[in-house]
Design a protein around this ligand. Structure first.
Ligand code: NAD
Length: 326
């Protein structure tokens, strides 16, 4: 079984070596994303392993199928970079990956605490020997209400973490979960939006969740609301975020993901001219923290991403199915 892995980072390579031996396959790793320009590389392989910058559009999927690729797995949980319907139509098998939700959940709590305690400004000041306190007075989580939109794997884990801080927790999802009910109260979306001091998003990107945070929803929020997004950038309308920060309706933003991140994140752009004005503008506010889509990025997650991708390819080719088939 020959596998071609795209977008392989150096720190993934030891895991590829380990699982190549364990699953008795032959893996070639390349650092680039799969694009129309390097599609010809896939000839002679049985399967592909990709990350989120390799966009499997219908025409790319057609090419892969004709080139004899039997299946593709993405080492990510999210799969909005793949045209799933077309892949199903042409019989190209797909799988995503899974890893424990704990890394993203811990990162979310870190973002909430950093925002409440103005940590970005405190850190910047200390770096230039400014040890003043003005403007840095924080708020305590134990007296606040936190709203979690999306109570799947990561949302539940965030709620469990937050339960130790003594805050009131509201939750919204179409499907209620018994574990969540031990720590949080389910409400409708409007109630959550209008009554929380902190709101954190944990839904996938779907038609129903695209721009779930927009001008209208921001207007309904409490003054000084803290918004956290460690899910997908397109859940939040970036113009609404800018209006909310400028008008001081939004008290702080903590964004691991943002609309328009695709050409920037996970690349070294230090010497490039960057034309994404909205991202540059938002980044400079003292109450906006932005990181480069890295909430998932822990040793445990990376090991699981590689293992589950290789295992899925192995199972799909040997048995026609796998536990993470999409
Ligand atoms: P999950 O599938 O386990 O849970 C998602 C939940 O969202 C489900 O309970 C679902 O019912 C709910 N949902 C779907 N549509 C909804 C809607 N319109 N309103 C309310 N709830 C809705 O997913 P997960 O593993 O918890 O991941 C959540 C998100 O986090 C995904 O977008 C994923 O891509 C993202 N993610 C980001 C990172 C990162 O590094 N920043 C890492 C992993 C996952």
């Amino acid at each position: 079984m020959k596998i071609l892995a795209f977008e392989v980072y150096d720190d993934e390579k030891p895991y590829f070596d380990k699982y190549e031996a364990e699953y008795q396959c032959e893996i070639t790793c390349v650092p680039d994303a799969l694009t129309k320009d390097n599609l010809s590389l896939v000839h002679g392989y049985d399967a592909l392993s990709i990350l989120g910058r390799s966009f499997l559009t219908a025409d790319i999927e057609d090419y892969l199928k004709q080139a004899g690729i039997k299946c593709c797995t993405t080492r990510t949980i999210g799969y909005n970079h793949i045209d799933i319907n077309h892949a199903h139509e042409i019989g190209l098998a797909l799988a995503n990956s899974s890893y424990p939700p704990t890394g993203v959940a811990e990162y979310t709590v870190m973002f909430i605490l950093m925002s409440l305690r103005h940590y970005k400004q405190a850190m910047y000041r200390a770096n230039v020997n400014d040890y003043s306190l003005s403007g840095l007075q924080g708020r305590e989580l134990n007296e606040l209400t936190v709203g979690i939109i999306g109570t799947g794997n990561i949302g539940i884990s965030v709620i469990q973490n937050l339960s130790g801080f003594g805050c009131k927790i509201l939750a919204y999802d179409m499907y209620e979960n018994d574990t969540v009910k031990k720590y949080a109260e389910y409400t409708d979306l409007d109630t959550l939006i209008s009554s929380c001091d902190v709101i954190s998003l944990h839904t996938p990107l779907l038609e129903s969740t695209y721009h779930i945070i927009n001008d209208e929803t921001v207007t309904k929020m409490k003054d000084g609301v803290i918004l956290v997004n460690c899910a997908r950038g397109e859940l939040m309308d970036v113009d609404a975020l800018i209006h909310g920060i400028e008008s001081q309706k939004i008290g702080a933003l903590a964004l691991d993901v943002i609309e328009g991140e695709d050409d920037l994140y996970h690349k070294d752009k230090r010497t490039d001219i960057i034309s994404n004005q909205k991202i540059a503008y938002l980044r400079q506010f003292p109450n906006v923290i932005m990181t480069q889509h890295m909430a998932f990025y822990t040793n445990i997650a990376v090991s699981n991403m590689v293992r589950n991708s290789i295992k899925a390819i192995h199972d799909l080719i040997e048995t026609g199915t796998c536990s993470t088939k999409i």
